[in-house]
Design a protein around this ligand. Sequence first.
Ligand code: B1M
Length: 211
Amino acid sequence: MESNIESVYESVVSGEMQATANKVQIALDSGLSANNILQNGLISAMGEVGKLFEEGEFFVPEMLISANSMKFGLNLLRPYLVAEDVQPLGKVLLATVQGDLHDIGKNLVGMMLEGSGFEVIDMGIDVKPEDLIEAVKEHKPDIVGLSALLTTTMVNMKTAITMMEDAGMRDGVKIIVGGAPVTQDYANQVGADGFGKDASEAANIAKQLML
Ligand code: B1M
């Protein structure tokens, strides 16, 4: 790996936020393309972070710090990516379902998705299905991601999916679901296309759904 790219990669994996931005700037100044820095520095580092999380080497705090470092680098890189006309892997509309105020896991999922090259539109918490439908019309996402942390609110995933079906928009969009009480069985029951047990798996499923 080119040494300036390797520095970006290492600062993301070790969770050094300001250093990541500095290393991205150095890599840009050395003449490397923004896309090269994104793919081989930031995205591949977040791939490694996801792997370390799945292997039990990293826990949520480490993953959050790495994801924040990736964001520092990405913020700096964004105008250069626009200038190079680099297209995201896909667009994900993310929401915590109606009645549910938990967002720590959902935010982590959003960060892992961004770290995998997706554009993420985060609608926040307690999102009504009507608002979700309006947002799907407006943003035309490839994937809708629904998060729920309560057994009492996970049923609102089904409500949202049914309303999307009734609005005739279900075929044009993939849906992934997750959150502590959600299982693969439940995802099947509500008619989702994918389930992620954690943020890393959610990003991997999203990538598969784009193939
Ligand atoms: Co709440 N809460 N809470 N809470 N809270 C739980 C979820 C609970 C299990 C605690 C308990 O009783 N042991 C329990 C739910 C019980 C149940 O439904 N069976 C509970 C309860 C009861 C409540 C209240 C009702 C308490 C009350 O007021 N009496 C209330 C409800 C408010 C509401 O939502 N309407 C409430 C409130 C809160 C706080 C506001 C205080 C706070 C949330 C702050 C916030 O999110 N900004 C809070 C917290 C922090 C928790 C616990 C302690 C931690 C949740 C968390 O952030 N985990 C939680 C207990 C627990 O889980 N140990 C609990 C860390 C996070 C990284 O993990 O969110 O699971 P998690 O996300 C993971 C995966 O689930 C997955 O990836 C993430 C990262 O790997 N994932 C997805 C998540 N979304 C995904 C989406 C995907 C794919 C994967 O695709 C789109």
